[in-house]
Design a protein. Sequence first.
Length: 173
Amino acid sequence: MSYLTIPIGDQSPKIVNMIVEIPQGSSNKYEYDHDLDVFKLDRTLYSPLFYPFDYGWICDTLAEDGDPLDILVITTQPTFPGCLIAARPLGVLMMRDEKGPDEKILSVAAADPRFSDIENLSDLPSHILKEIVHFFDIYKELEEKQTIVLGWQDVETAHSVIEKFRLQPGAEH
C-alpha cells in the first residue's frame, strides 16, 4: 500500500490524516519516493536550522505545486518519517516560493490531551507562530532560493484551503 492512498479522514477538514516526512528538530529534508515506496534523504538544510515541528503532507490532497498540501503538526515529542497522525488544523501560513503559492497548514495532534483545548491560532503562544514564520522566512536563504511569508490566516481559512486541494474520489496524485 502506498502512503498516497491513505484517505484524508472522515472528519476532514476539522481532523485530517497527515504523514510525517520530517521530524521536529531535524535538518534533514526527507521526501517520499512513491515509485520505491520509501522515504529518502532529499537534502540537508543549508543553514544551521531545524524544523520547528513535525512536517509532512495532508493525505488525499494535491496543492498547486503538484505535491500534497503541506502541514506542520505540534506534538509533545518528535515522531518519524512515515508516521500517520490525525491532526486538528488551527490555521494556515500563506507563503510563496520559487514555484508559486505554498500554503502551510499548522495543526496539533488530535490524540494528544495536552492540546485538547487548542482550537485556533490564538490559543497558541504568539512566540510559536513567530518561530515558524522565522524558520520559513530564512530556511532556503543559503540555497539562494526565495520564500515570501505573507502571514497567518485563521482556522476557517485553513479548512477552506484543505477543501480546495482535497482530491476528488478516483483522482490520482
